[in-house]
Design a protein around this ligand. Structure first.
Ligand SMILES: [Zn+2]
Length: 168
């Protein structure tokens, strides 16, 4: 089995020779950004119809708009995107873990010194999926810098591959 790094090199070689479309402009051609989870089962380009060069995709654990905010400000203020799709998903790890689980794991793996490195992190776990989508959309809409930006909330179902609208 090829190593992860060998896979990268071989796959990229194939991409360059057969699929690379040539240089594209920096600002997204479709003028929007997606905030979604880092979950390995999410393929934003395929599942959400994003062409190469079309949209910013900001990913983090849970698809948190709070964690994505820095990137969204750059996306909107500098690179002229006008809409945000917030897409969380079923079976998300952030529905299942608590901060205490992360702290316990860090304590086992890296000791008390390690805990001190992560204890101030807001892990942004949440108990209710659709409620969290609504809360994230409202949080973003409440920001002055989001004036004029269209924000909508969605849930992607990892069991069926379907996406469902949660907010307008
Ligand atoms: Zn997730």
């Amino acid at each position: 089995m090829p190593s992860i790094q060998q896979n990268l090199e071989a796959s990229n070689k194939d991409y360059v020779s057969s699929k690379f479309p040539g240089p594209l402009p920096l600002p997204p051609s479709e003028g929007y950004a997606v905030v979604t989870c880092m979950d390995a089962r999410i393929d934003p380009a395929a599942q959400f119809g994003i062409p190469l060069g079309g949209a910013h995709v900001v990913r983090n654990a849970g698809g948190s708009v709070k964690e994505a905010f820095r990137s969204l400000v750059i996306s909107q203020q500098i690179l002229n995107t006008k809409e945000v799709l917030v897409i969380k998903h079923t079976d998300c790890g952030m529905l299942q873990f608590q901060k205490s689980d992360a702290i316990t794991a860090v304590k086992q793996n890296a000791g008390e010194e390690g805990v001190r490195e992560v204890e101030d992190i807001e892990f942004l776990t949440f108990p209710d999926l659709e409620e969290e989508v609504k809360k994230d959309v409202e949080w973003l809409k409440g920001k002055l810098v989001e004036k004029g930006i269209v924000v909508s909330g969605w849930v992607y179902d990892v069991q069926t591959g379907t996406v469902k609208r949660i907010t307008a």
